[in-house]
Design a protein around this ligand. Structure first.
Ligand code: PRP
Ligand code: URA
Length: 214
């Protein structure tokens, strides 16, 4: 895949190790969920590196000092339901005061097109740094639709954070949303005929919530 200035593929042996555990079909739901949270925290640490801070005067046991702190209320984490929910705790562990919005989308099994079924977002999105969370960027359809929904509600400053992406999805997303930086844990090989990421990890929502049939 071509390199894009707005696309960051993270590279760290701990992250790669944890993603390998997610990929393993024998990893049970409880461990899968824990690891998605840990990965989200690691990705969040990187994704939040340019977040706005403000000067705050505090007093140490020694003296008064002005330090930079994050204004959590100006941050909004938005998981795409269902699978994105698995990443919220990891982001909240970093910034517990951030607001959380929710967007519900499901992919049609035949057309692979996303369908909206839920949207609840906080007021004042136009002044917030928004982090859209979804473990999987496959065709890119869900991420693109979620960005459109957020922009319709006033969002201006957005990031998209995923754990695994397919090159096809990244290209589609960058084409439609060139102004939204993408943070990726692993860029995989390709989509298969069912628009699943290869090697991927299967259906992220099913693996987080234990609803898979296999
Ligand atoms: C998965 C995943 C993304 C979407 C990615 O959700 O969590 O939202 O597919 O695919 P795309 O890039 O081709 O749109 P799914 O629709 O399976 O819903 P779920 O999270 O409820 O399982
Ligand atoms: N959604 C998933 O959960 N996994 C994929 O591989 C593709 C879309």
């Amino acid at each position: 895949m071509k390199e894009y200035p707005n696309v960051t593929v993270l590279k760290h042996p701990v992250l790669t190790h944890k993603i390998a555990i997610l990929r393993d079909k024998n990893t049970p739901t409880s461990e899968f969920r824990t690891i998605v949270k840990e990965i989200a925290m690691m990705e969040g640490y990187e994704a939040l590196k340019d977040v706005m801070t403000k000067d705050v005067e505090i007093e140490t046991p020694i003296e008064k000092t002005v330090q930079q702190m994050i204004e959590g209320k100006k941050l909004c984490f938005v998981p795409i339901l269902r699978a994105g929910l698995g990443m919220v705790d990891g982001f909240n562990a970093l910034i517990p005061t951030a607001k959380v919005g929710h967007i519900g989308l499901y992919r049609d099994e035949t057309t692979h097109e996303p369908h909206e079924y839920y949207c609840k977002l906080p007021e004042g999105l136009e002044d917030m740094d928004i982090y859209l969370l979804d473990p999987m960027l496959a065709t890119g359809g869900s991420g693109i639709d979620a960005v459109k929904m957020l922009k319709k509600h006033g969002a201006k400053k957005l990031h998209f954070v995923c754990i695994i992406a397919a090159p096809e999805g990244v290209e589609a997303f960058i084409k439609e949303c060139p102004d939204v930086p993408v943070i990726i844990g692993s860029l995989d090989r390709q989509l298969n005929e069912n628009a699943y990421i290869c090697p991927g990890l299967g259906d992220a929502g099913d693996r987080i919530f234990g609803t898979y049939k296999y």
